[in-house]
Design a protein around this ligand. Structure first.
Ligand code: FES
Ligand code: FE
Length: 425
């Protein structure tokens, strides 16, 4: 009789209770409480979702020069992403091949080589072990290079995948989405601001909150200056019929102008149909129609790419499981969600402007970041209220709005589908 469970460093325990929880999810409703609270579900999320899918963690301008690196923590993994001497972006497990010390201790830096602080094993930027003292004549340096992690740049957005064999449909996403993103020339941008916030809530509450604008009118006074909440689904009624008709007319007019300018704008949505689920759409903005700012005008006078006009609305791009992006004519905002614990989540927001834009002359960081600083703080409060609610024994899953929460349902469908696939393996 086998009385000692086999030791597995990564495969989480999936018992009958957990299988039943996943199988019994009621479509069209929020998830059962354990999905937001349980350590066992969290461990499964980190393995089945975050260790197996393409996870957005950074942008190329995080590491603009050879030797620049950043480290990111994804569950128990730490990954170092570095630009090598040939400008190639590489990612490695941040673990020394000697006795396993964490290699890079800092969140970011710039180096000639990657040197382990413990016994100074020294790796070149392409991960080869170049130097290891006192290891004897028979020691094979070639067998002790850093372990690579898959990394892809999508028009400058960096995604990593910790699986040995990553989902292959990223190539299809690239073919479909790069035409939307490339005109904004993210790789000619610099980071104007980057802010990390910690939300005391489960990562899925952060994502669900992002996937609807049902809450926007009541909670986001700054964001709704420029953002039409109708763009994210609203139930038609006599009271809003004119507004919805005006919005549709504006969308159609601008979309045909943008398409004529060579900017793909119409919606592509495969959020719950693919392993690498995504949605992309360029939507009009209110007021001046230029940018997500407090007056709807550009925050940076130096437009991105080769843009000749500022009123390009907002190109929204969402990826499963952990990111969303807003591309405008003058700046780009990226959001990366990384779970820390069942009830703790990191949200990293990065604002990018043209690399030649001059602070105080072309843009002002306060103004550039005002809308999303306020909105993030409001969303954090909403996520934390939700977390408090799902902790209450009286919580039971409630129904999604068929008009305004369709993308939340797609997020949950995708998530439950991916867990189910993992459990069937
Ligand atoms: Fe890195 Fe020894 S653990 S050099
Ligand atoms: Fe919000």
């Amino acid at each position: 009789m086998n009385i000692i469970a086999p030791l597995s460093p990564s495969r989480p325990r999936v018992d009958d209770a957990l299988r039943a929880l996943i199988a019994n999810r009621v479509p069209g409703h929020s998830l059962d409480a354990p999905f937001y609270l349980s350590q066992q579900v969290f461990d499964l999320d980190m393995e089945a979702i975050f260790a197996r899918h393409w996870i957005h963690v950074a942008v190329e301008p995080d590491i603009p020069e050879p030797g620049d690196y950043i480290t990111v923590d994804v569950g128990r993994h730490s990954v170092v992403i570095v630009r090598d001497d040939d400008q190639q972006i590489r990612a490695f497990h941040n673990v020394c091949r000697h006795r396993g010390s964490r290699l890079c201790q800092e969140q970011q830096g710039s180096v000639g080589n990657l040197v382990c602080p413990y016994h100074q094993w020294t790796y070149t930027l392409d991960g080869k072990l170049a130097y290891a003292e006192h290891m004897g004549a028979g020691f094979d340096k070639r067998a002790h290079g850093l372990k690579p992690v898959h990394v892809q740049s999508l028009a400058g957005l960096l995604f990593i995948c910790l699986a040995d064999t990553p989902p292959t449909d990223f190539a299809r996403l690239r073919d479909e989405v790069e035409p939307y993103l490339l005109p904004h020339h993210l790789n000619d941008c610099k980071i104007a601001a980057q802010i990390d916030i910690i939300e005391e809530g489960n990562w899925k509450l952060t994502m669900e909150n992002n996937r609807e604008c049902y809450h926007c009118a009541a909670n986001h006074p700054e964001l709704t200056i420029s953002l039409f909440e109708y763009g994210f689904g609203y139930q038609p009624s006599a009271a809003n019929a004119q507004q919805l008709a005006d919005f549709d007319a504006l969308s159609q007019r601008l979309e045909s102008e943008w398409q004529a300018d060579g900017l793909p704008s119409s919606e592509l949505d495969c959020l719950d149909e693919r392993i690498t689920g995504y949605r992309v759409r360029r939507l009009p903005l209110d007021r001046a129609g230029e940018s997500e700012t407090l007056d709807g005008r550009v925050a940076s006078r130096k437009l991105l790419g080769n843009f000749q006009r500022a009123d390009l609305g907002g190109l929204s791009f969402w990826t499963q499981p952990n990111a969303w992006f807003h591309f405008m004519s003058d700046h780009i905002v990226t959001f990366s969600v990384l779970p820390i614990a069942p009830e703790k989540t990191l949200v990293r927001t990065t604002w990018l402007v043209h690399k030649d834009a001059r602070e105080h002359e072309d843009y002002d960081v306060e103004n550039l970041t005002a809308v999303w600083r306020a909105t993030n703080s409001q969303d954090r409060a909403l996520v934390e209220m939700s977390q408090q609610g799902v902790r209450n024994p009286a919580y039971q899953p409630g129904p999604y709005s068929p008009y305004a929460e369709g993308l939340v349902e797609k997020f949950c469908n995708w998530y439950v589908g991916r867990l189910t696939a993992y459990c069937l393996e």
